[in-house]
Design a protein around this ligand. Structure first.
Ligand code: ZN
Length: 726
């Protein structure tokens, strides 16, 4: 926007003297419509050209539009009362939403500041009937005139309104035809597989407009590396971290600007890597319409919004085997499947997680078919698998849950069993892979050095070519030469360092270490350097899914491992439970303990006997003297002990009343969330106090704990009733 404020002497003349000028221009513009009140208001010149290219190239049109300010002066407006709005240069008139200049024009008219609006053609003002009629309506309401090169119109006048309406309709139709012709042309070219807007990294456009492989070997090597590493590491994030850690950059050809087509080495980012992995061109396929625009999702004024990603079948054009390839089509499809599975959705496995649980995303519930979620709770962040689908979707009862440790151990055991026969092959392959990896990184560094050497040589040639007398240029070129020599030296040193620390041929002790590790799988599996994500990745290579079913509330869990390839193996798992009552053989256990006690066995003997007979305590481990003594104290007749009546409770009784594990109740007690007293003696019995209100509070506390999975409970639920109310 720029307000024309150059005041010429002519403008300062009185009304009578400017009447001549007005008279002459009235013939051309039919300015009989101009009344005194129009001249008292602003004349606005609206300047717009559709795109930045037009602004640069169609200068005469731009000049003509700016000259409209002179017309307004000829019509009798003082120059300082002529306002030029040119904020919308380079904006299409398809919609008013992104045109701030047009909106400003509308608001000026609506504020009754404007007497005349001048435009080169009416199509410059609005290409949409909606915007056009809005402008007409506002102009008619406030008595503003409109002018283009053909004439002057009063929107309040019936005939003029009719003509303006027609012009608006024609303008919109013209735009529609233009767009349609352009779209048709593009579609035809795309259908022939010849339309390339930008070619991705690793390709360049040939003279004939076709996409061909980038002639630069380093660019090609990096593209191959990206796909190779994705096969190995499985996620775009892991590939990105690898590239950044090894200072590997992507060779990008500039699409625009004075250095168009030249190579730039850029640090990779996740968006670029993902778009490479998703692009079918690397498998030799030409595609068009992979991201059509959905007008409903488009945000007005933001250019790249509304992009959608339909499935491959819905792409406008897909022509396989058209272009040079980096990967096969099958490998491209496998990558898509893997990327899909990496998304953390209910229908996909998700990528390996950071947490300690090994089966996140792979574990299914036999009861309801849902995927079990992983939750971490407690100070040690112990993982637990929980089936929450019914609860989350329909607020049904929670389905089943179990702590992750025993199941993970059991599955790890199975995996190691399966991998055992492959250890020799694994050790050979590991050596080969380490070698390849080192060679690849060294090769990339060598290529980078070659490039630096070439640049230094070129800088030297340029310096020698210039006349020494031309000091200004020579000084600059000398500086460039020095800089390129420094860069070359840095890369040389870097390469030497790399060759020293990671030589391409493995040393004897490195070979020994790799072989020892790959033949001793359990040690490798449990090594501190092996992360949970590594273990998860290995499991995912072998196992498709694990289906579990906890038998009631008992310690028995049925486990079915669905191996990749279709084989299903069935296993039984003993999980830890909260109390003896939950054990499936509780009654038999108590009978047996009583028998052994009566036959004067010691605690140690009873423990050994029970372990031999296959009994186990709730922890799922084995009995010992301490656990037996505790168990015996349970089996003693209850009249031996003081038996409190509500609102006084024993720990076990309150646990049963609230239907919750005694361990949790004990934790609450230690945290002071309950009123409790301990009877005399070293291991005195806990007596808790809880009336109806307290029972209600504890129930809520329990529910809150289950819901929030380890987050801190609100204070009103953890604070017991005041002591005075006892
Ligand atoms: Zn379930």
């Amino acid at each position: 926007m720029s307000a024309v404020s150059i005041s010429s002497p002519r403008c300062d003349e009185a009304d009578s003297s400017s009447s001549d000028a007005r008279q002459s221009s009235s013939l051309a513009f039919g300015s009989l419509k101009i009344a005194h009140r129009h001249l008292e208001h602003l004349a606005i010149v609206y300047v717009r050209q559709s795109d930045p290219q037009q602004v640069l190239q169609h200068r005469e049109s731009k000049e003509l539009q700016y000259n409209l300010a002179d017309r307004a002066v000829e019509l009798g407006w003082p120059r300082e009362r002529v306002l030029v709005i040119d904020e919308d240069q380079g904006q299409s008139a398809q919609s008013a939403a992104s045109r701030h200049g047009f909106q400003r024009l509308l608001s000026e008219v609506a504020l009754d500041h404007v007497g005349l609006v001048l435009g080169f053609q009416m199509s410059r003002l609005a290409r949409s009937c909606k915007d056009w009629h809005q402008l007409l309506e506002v102009c008619a309401r406030f008595g503003t005139l409109l002018t283009d090169l053909d004439g002057m119109y009063d929107p309040a006048d019936y005939n003029d309104r009719l003509l303006l309406g027609l012009k608006g309709t024609m303008s919109e139709a013209e735009l529609h035809m233009m767009c349609q012709r352009m779209h048709q042309g593009r579609s035809n070219k795309a259908r022939r597989g010849e339309l390339f807007i930008h070619v991705p990294i690793g390709y360049v456009r040939s003279e004939s407009g076709q996409a061909v492989m980038d002639p630069d070997e380093e660019v090609q090597a990096v593209v191959h590396l990206v796909f190779g590493k994705f096969d190995e590491l499985g996620t775009a994030g892991a590939v990105l971290r690898y590239l950044v850690a090894h200072e590997i950059r992507l060779g990008v050809r500039r699409h625009d600007g004075p250095t168009r087509g030249q190579l730039e080495w850029r640090r990779p980012c996740d968006t670029t890597l993902l778009s490479m992995l998703h692009h079918p061109i690397y498998a030799g396929a030409y595609s068009y319409g992979r991201h059509p625009i959905d007008p409903r999702r488009k945000v007005p004024g933001r250019r790249r919004t509304g992009r959608t990603t339909p499935p491959m079948e819905a792409w406008e054009v897909l022509r396989k085997d058209e272009l040079p390839t980096y990967i096969t089509w099958e490998r491209f499809l496998a990558n898509q499947e893997r990327l899909q599975q990496n998304c953390d959705r209910i229908s996909s496995k998700g990528s390996p997680r950071k947490g300690a649980a090994l089966l996140g995303g792979l574990l299914f519930c036999r009861r309801c078919g849902g995927r079990l979620a992983v939750g971490y709770s407690g100070a040690q962040s112990r993982p637990r698998y929980r089936c929450l689908r019914g609860y989350r979707q329909y607020v049904l009862e929670k389905c089943q849950s179990l702590s992750a440790g025993p199941l993970d151990d059991s599955i790890s055991g199975q995996i190691l069993q399966v991998l055992k026969p492959a250890t020799v092959t694994l050790s050979l392959k590991a050596v080969k892979e380490v070698k390849q990896e080192r060679q690849r990184v060294t090769k990339l560094r060598r290529q980078r050095l070659e490039r630096a050497q070439y640049e230094a040589d070129r800088a030297a040639r340029q310096y020698h070519a210039v006349e020494p007398e031309n000091r200004l240029v020579a000084r600059q070129l000398e500086r460039c030469w020095e800089e390129s020599l420094v860069a070359q030296r840095e890369i040389e040193e870097d390469l030497r360092r790399l060759e020293h620390t990671h030589p391409a041929e493995l040393k004897a002790h490195e070979l020994e270490m790799i072989q020892a590790l790959s033949t001793d799988l359990p040690a490798l599996w449990n090594a501190t350097g092996t992360t949970a994500a590594d273990r998860q990745t290995i499991i995912r290579h072998l196992v498709d899914r694990v289906v579990i079913d906890v038998q009631g509330e008992s310690e028995h869990v049925d486990v079915a491992i669905h191996w990749n390839g279709g084989f299903v193996s069935q296993h039984e798992l003993i999980r830890p439970v909260g109390s003896y009552e939950q054990l499936s053989g509780y009654k038999e256990l108590m009978v047996r303990v009583e028998e052994l006690r009566r036959s004067d066995h010691t605690s140690v003997q009873i423990a050994d006997q029970l372990n031999d007979e296959g009994f186990h305590p709730p922890s799922g481990k084995t009995f010992n003297a301490t656990t037996i003594r505790r168990l015996l104290s349970r089996s003693r007749p209850s009249q031996d002990r003081e038996c409190p009546a509500p609102p006084h409770w024993r720990l076990g009784d309150l646990g049963r009343k609230l239907d919750m594990p005694i361990r949790t109740l004990h934790t609450w007690l230690c945290r002071g969330w309950l009123h409790s007293e301990q009877s005399a003696g070293a291991h005195g019995r806990w007596i808790l106090w809880a009336d109806d209100d307290e029972l209600e509070r504890l129930k809520q506390l329990r529910e809150d704990g289950l819901r929030s999975s380890g987050l801190s409970a609100p204070a009103e639920l953890t604070t017991p009733k005041p002591q005075s109310e006892h």
